[in-house]
Design a protein around this ligand. Structure first.
Ligand SMILES: [Ca+2]
Length: 205
């Protein structure tokens, strides 16, 4: 006896989920293992819900002591597969992060925040100064990948670092809303749909 059966499969989904970033870590679940927080022996990174939260409801607060030279606050690198996949994506156009100071002390003669990319294809960075006598403030850093060969990196790291004098006057520093940003044209094109037709012929005796 011969039996013929057909199975029709409709596969795929029309998930037109718009995404505003290729990668985002807003520290809403705490400080993940992707982040290296022990770069500076005197720095302590904790979660905060206060001023300086620019996305969601919490951020990282890094308290550091006075010292000489630059204070690296946080670092993420290629061991974070989610970040690295986003960074080396051809559509990635930038890396952004918000850094805030809750310090109202005004005697700091100068202070600045840096986001630095270092790796196999070179070193690039952006630095923005805090405004003196301005009290609490937020700096949104953007590392523009348009001129950076990010797709050719085989390893690398992104460090958020502070410098100033006196250096302790901008402590703690609050870090939030770290993102790898895609080019605008790719936003919303994540949807995928497919229809498959499978015919299965079965024989029975
Ligand atoms: Ca957040």
């Amino acid at each position: 006896m011969k039996k013929l059966g057909f199975i029709v499969a409709i596969a795929g989904a029309t998930a037109l989920t718009a995404s505003a970033s290729l990668f985002v870590d807003s520290f809403e679940s705490g400080i993940s293992a992707d982040w290296i927080t022990t770069l500076e022996p005197t720095a302590v990174a904790t979660i905060t819900t206060g001023l300086g939260v620019t996305d969601g409801s919490q951020a990282v607060s890094v308290t550091h002591a006075d010292g000489a030279g630059e204070v690296p606050l946080l670092r993420i690198n290629n061991t974070s597969s989610a970040f690295w996949t986003a960074f080396t994506d051809p559509t990635a156009t930038g890396i952004s992060v918000d850094v805030s100071t809750t310090d109202a002390v005004t005697q700091a003669s100068w202070s600045q925040i840096t986001m630095r990319l270092q790796g196999s294809a070179g070193t690039f960075e952006t630095t923005v100064p805090f405004v003196r006598f301005a009290g609490d403030q937020t700096i949104s850093l953007l590392l523009d990948l348009a001129s950076i060969p990010n797709t050719t990196y085989t390893w690398g790291q992104v460090t958020i670092a502070f410098n100033g004098q006196p250096i302790a006057d901008r402590s703690p520093l609050i870090v939030d809303n770290f993102r790898v940003i895609p080019e605008p044209a790719t936003i919303g094109l994540v949807g995928l749909a497919g229809i498959g037709l499978i015919a299965v012929r079965r024989f029975k005796i």
